[in-house]
Design a protein around this ligand. Sequence first.
Ligand code: AMP
Ligand code: MG
Length: 400
Amino acid sequence: MLTVEDAQARVMAEVTPLGAEGVAFDQTFGRVLREDITAPIDAPAADNSAMDGYAVRAEDIAGVPARLRVIETIPAGHLATARVEPGRAMRIMTGAYVPDGADAVVQVELTDGGLEEVTIRQSVARGTNIRRRGEDMRAGDVVLRSGTRVGAAEIAMLAGVQQRVVQVGIRPTVAILSTGDELIEGDAAREPGKIVNTNGPLLAALVRDAGAIPRPLGIVRDTRDATIAALEAAATSDFILTSGGVSVGAFDFVKDALEALGAEEKFWRVAMKPGKPVVLSRLRNAVCFGLPGNPVSCFVSFHLFVAPALRKSAGQEGSLFPPAVRARLTAPLRAAADRPVYFRVRVTARDGELFAQPLATQGSGSLTSMIGANALAVVEAGTSAGAGADVPTLLIAPIW
Ligand code: AMP
Ligand code: MG
């Protein structure tokens, strides 16, 4: 059976980044930059004060206390109208440009705070409390790289360099089909034998989190014809996610229906627990993932295979896969299977070390075993890991 790593490589081979589109900079949170951004000018644009204090000539205050005449006050955002000549000083506020003639700023705490005349109690060297022109960035510097996902800091940078419209990756559309005769939507009345479709909303949220656009197409009944029709309708999307109907049950039609539509199967079944029956197939231009029906299998296989593909499709470069760390187990885990087991755990940081707390329930049908899970601890087939053991752990969500 295919290993998870080989399956991931096959997934990535099917995905090419979509094109780019121009978007207003403040609407790009969570999008992926598709152009390098360069600084148009030096920042800061001129030497400016890092403190509220007095702009002085360092040599004038080499001997202290020193008395200087205060000839001007420079608030932030205003320019001095004169030079600082020997024996003179200007009151200056944080961020204001350092006036010509001055080569240091003495913070107000080292003075008597005088308005007409000031007494400086401590000498400072030339350059003290001056933020240099271009210290943050120089004109022409690449300040943001193509392939980066935009967060708050990137938005601030785009604002700072006055990049009003930015090229970002087109977000892939992702059709979501929930197969199963047993399914009802969450707003329907309860019925014996039926269960609520939770994979649909689960996948829609995961898709959004991965930077793509979900197209929820509802429940598909367990017949070959209904499955074919639903896949046909989904094939205009960049990706198709189905859940359920990929095992060997008498009513599992996803593989059949894909074949009937002429889709090219890339793999079926991966050596992992949960999630073994996952299918990768190409249906015309759409990359189709047949995910298992069990909610937890669906969740785990999404993180391992689908999320990286969606990120790549949106243009993201670099860390596409869940990052692997080592974490110390707080309780033992045993992989009683012929495949590696991906246990849902909650990772926390304590005293600089990562700990992985296995969730109480690990059943693949159990919604509770996903709540609070921010990582998957990997235990190799047929092995155990005791409490305190350091295990490879894949982060699937922030750990705070
Ligand atoms: P299947 O692979 O179709 O046999 O489904 C495996 C298990 O997952 C069954 O117990 C299904 O009832 C359950 N299941 C399938 N689809 C969903 C869904 N959309 N929401 C919640 N549970 C599901
Ligand atoms: Mg089913």
